[in-house]
Ligand binder design. Structure first.
Ligand code: DOR
Ligand code: ZN
Length: 347
């Protein structure tokens, strides 16, 4: 079968995005809105988004950062802390503000210091979410510093997520940014109540890329990329047609100075290239016919939302995207993700 010169699919959504705030929001929001109709907005601001009022204000700031004709809809999430209030969760869901709540195990990643120290502390909150049908979005990494960084996802599934699913049988869960075959298998074993998102970068490279020719901070994110066998498992899952797997970019901008330093931040800014990179991966896997399901249908179905009616068209020509974007009001910039391997799609 020859490669098509264009690819038209329903407009996709991003089920996991960090849009930040202030100058970074001004620099980045547009790039997500250009590609996606809706995005699940991560709440790991400083301070985190824990109340309905904070989420409403943040949603307004996001809407102001994107021209209205983009027709972009931010879907807000609540950052769970040990003190998460079940009533606030239920109220925000019923008022149409929260779409989901996010579990960051404390100290697992960027801005997770206020995260959850033990699942016992949020049992009441999770019961409230079960009742109102509010999905739990999970950063699935064990936080015990003794656990090897490359094993943290697998250990979390075994020690934390499996017991949590048993304890809350009515809770829908998204295992976010899966990076391992273990993660894929865990989602497959719980299809129906469990979804799994997959990023463009975890589909594009394995852990060798982080160290190729020296340490490369713009390939560093959490969960960290794993061995090649895991990347291949992710590629099989994303292109399989299994509705449990859907798109979540985990676009996570940090200014270049905070990544290119002695203790650089985790996070990859992929919003300007996301659909182009996904299309490349699906083409390499000879599964372009599955891209629409992964990018535009499976996510809405999981969340009980309608799929978008508009369409986008990708062009089969070499990727055109800037190396970096400038942050307004200063001299800082954000490096844009570019895989080491060629991308033959533009947008
Ligand atoms: O690499 C990451 N960056 N992983 C996360 O979980 C958080 C994110 C961020 O906010 O920068
Ligand atoms: Zn994230």
């Amino acid at each position: 079968m020859s490669t098509p010169t264009t690819l038209s699919i329903r407009r996709p959504d991003d089920w996991h995005a960090h849009l930040r705030d202030g100058a970074l929001l001004a620099a980045c929001a547009l790039h997500t809105a250009r590609q996606f109709a809706r995005a699940i907005i991560m709440p790991n601001l400083v301070p985190p988004v824990t109340t309905v009022a904070q989420a409403v204000d943040y949603r307004d700031r996001i809407r102001r950062a994107v021209p209205a004709d983009f027709g972009f809809e931010p879907l807000m999430t609540c950052y769970l802390t040990d003190g998460a209030d079940p009533a606030e969760l239920a109220r925000g869901k019923q008022e149409g503000v929260w779409v989901a709540a996010k579990l960051y195990p404390a100290h697992a990643t960027t801005n997770s210091a206020h995260g959850v120290t033990s699942m016992d502390k949020i049992a009441k909150a999770l019961e409230a979410m079960e009742k109102v049908g509010m999905p739990l979005l999970v950063h699935g990494e064990a936080t015990d510093p003794e656990v090897d960084i490359f094993d943290r996802e697998a250990v979390f599934l075994d020690k934390v997520l499996a017991p949590l699913l048993k304890r809350h049988p009515g809770l829908k869960v998204v295992l976010e940014h899966i990076t391992t075959r273990d993660g894929v298998q865990f989602v497959e074993a719980n299809t129906g109540r469990l979804g799994g998102t997959i990023t463009p970068h975890h589909l594009s490279y394995n852990r060798n890329a982080i160290f190729k020719g020296g340490i490369r901070p713009h390939f560093y994110c959490l969960p960290i990329a794993k061995r090649e066998e895991h990347r291949l498992a992710l590629r099989r899952a994303a292109t399989s047609g299994n509705p449990a797997f859907f798109l979540g970019t985990d676009t996570a901008p940090h200014t270049a100075d905070t990544k290119e330093c002695a203790c650089g931040c985790a996070g990859i800014f992929n919003a300007p290239v996301a659909m182009q990179v996904y299309a490349q991966v699906f083409m390499e896997e000879k599964a372009l016919d599955q891209l629409e399901a992964f990018a535009s249908l499976n996510g809405p179905r999981f969340y009980g939302l309608p799929a978008n009616e508009e369409r986008i068209t990708l062009q089969a020509r070499p990727l055109e995207a800037p190396e970096r974007i400038e942050v307004p009001g200063g001299d800082k910039s954000i490096v844009v993700f570019h895989p080491d391997t060629p991308v033959g799609w533009s947008f």
